[in-house]
Ligand binder design. Structure first.
Ligand code: GRF
Length: 205
């Protein structure tokens, strides 16, 4: 079977992208990264890609008059490389309906909480403020809302008595690095079956 071509959108550090690259290299994920696109010219993720054999480029929102033109430029680069699945890995922008329609059902995101709890920014800090004893991470398909799309996989992580936002984030991030490649592998193996909001995982044949 042909490898699924994925396109990664990232704005910052790029540790989830690294976990995806590691999973591909280890043979745990049968995919090919067609392109990495950052909206931030200074993003660490671009530096990370400097020596790698993966195309990486920056599409800077400030160079475009409108959000739609910016998103059209991203979509064009993805289509040029025949990207089949768009993977958001710390991409700090909400995608509009225009972009989502162009890749309907083919955009994934990872969020550092057990959704629907604590969507949006600073999810780990929100969890500490609320006082939950368990948090975690969620991989989901992207819809037009903020972290509201159908859930694919979740992993729980304990909140410890002396946690700060930093220590909790680190524990969750460790789980993210395992969960995201697993969700991508399920997609690439054709094992995700959507029924409304419910994403069922089909057994391996
Ligand atoms: C992760 O915590 C992810 O859940 C959130 O943004 C962060 C990205 O981290 N969406 P990195 O850039 O992958 O290191």
């Amino acid at each position: 079977m042909n490898k699924t071509v994925i396109g990664v959108l990232a704005s910052g550090r790029g540790s989830n992208l690294q976990a995806i690259i590691d999973a591909i290299q280890a043979g745990r994920l049968d995919a090919k990264i067609g392109v990495v696109i950052s909206d931030n010219p200074d993003a660490n993720v671009l530096k990370r890609m400097a020596g790698a054999d993966i195309q990486a480029l920056c599409i800077d929102r400030r160079q475009f008059a409108s959000r739609q033109q910016f998103e059209a430029a991203i979509a064009e680069e993805l289509n040029l490389r025949h990207v089949e699945l768009v993977v958001l890995a710390g991409f700090m922008r909400i995608l509009s309906q225009y972009f989502i329609d162009r890749f309907a059902g083919k955009i994934m995101n990872i969020h550092p909480s057990l959704l629907p709890a604590f969507p949006g920014e600073n999810a780990q800090q929100q969890a500490l403020h609320y006082g939950v004893k368990v948090s975690g991470c969620t991989v989901h398909f992207v819809d037009e809302g903020m972290d509201t799309g159908p859930i694919i996989l979740q992993e729980a992580v304990p909140v410890l008595e002396d946690d700060t936002a930093e220590t909790l984030s680190e524990r969750i991030l460790h789980a993210e690095h395992i969960l995201y490649p697993r969700a991508l592998a399920l997609y690439c193996e054709g094992r995700l079956h959507s029924e409304g909001r419910r994403v069922r995982i089909i057994d391996k044949e």
